[in-house]
Design a protein around this ligand. Sequence first.
Ligand SMILES: [Ca+2]
Length: 271
Amino acid sequence: MNSSTSNESHQSETRKAPKAGGDFNDFCKMLWLKLSRQVLQPIQTVGAHEHQVLLNAAGASLARRGALDEVGEPGRSLWVPFSKALGLIGMVVLAMPLGAKAENTRPTELRLDFEATASGPAWVAQNDDVMGGISKGEAEIKDGVLHFTGTLSLDNDGGFAQVEIRNLDHDLSGKKGVKLRVRGDGRTYQLRLATNALFRGSRIAYWAEFPTRAGEWTEVNVRFTDFKPSFRGDILDGPPLDVSRVEEMGFLISDKRTEPFALEVDWIRAE
Ligand SMILES: [Ca+2]
């Protein structure tokens, strides 16, 4: 992320994260991101593949013609190596830029320092009100720190509060997990990730818990192998977390305690 290159003078500013669905521009950006990821990218890939097939066919056709010439017209046998070479060069030269386009260009480093206010992903609240609950939770970025605060309520079968970013598109292959510097209240929180993996048409949530010490900054390591796939609170058998397709990240609390909670996050790094 480019947050570390931000203007230092913005550090003291306070930014409220928008509520889910509250910002039309963010919605348009998300729609475009999804469109380009799910529709346009596959079309490009298919186009490159079809182009390759056509080139292969052209090369084979030239080579076949050369082979026929070799048998039927000995005087033109020089055409055989020439046509083969031409077909091969054509395939390599024309396929190269198409192949390069289809390569993975998603970021492979994930570092969120919360120093930027002008850019960087927006954190949105996603509390149990989506299921009728009345828990409160919100994200605020202040002085280089993400503050996740609120109050849980067990009324109406609710009991969780969550904040998340939805516009990641990271390939974290080769990383072992996520490292965080946090200051909490002694309560246990979930770090959550989502990929493009779906269950019944909705995203599977992968989560792992981490403890906090009240009022004390600590560094926490959450390993990718500890993330469990779940759907609406139920643990699923699979699929396992595909770290090459990390698209969302969030923090959630659901420890059934109804006093206010507060988690501060200084930075998040995939390592
Ligand atoms: Ca920070």
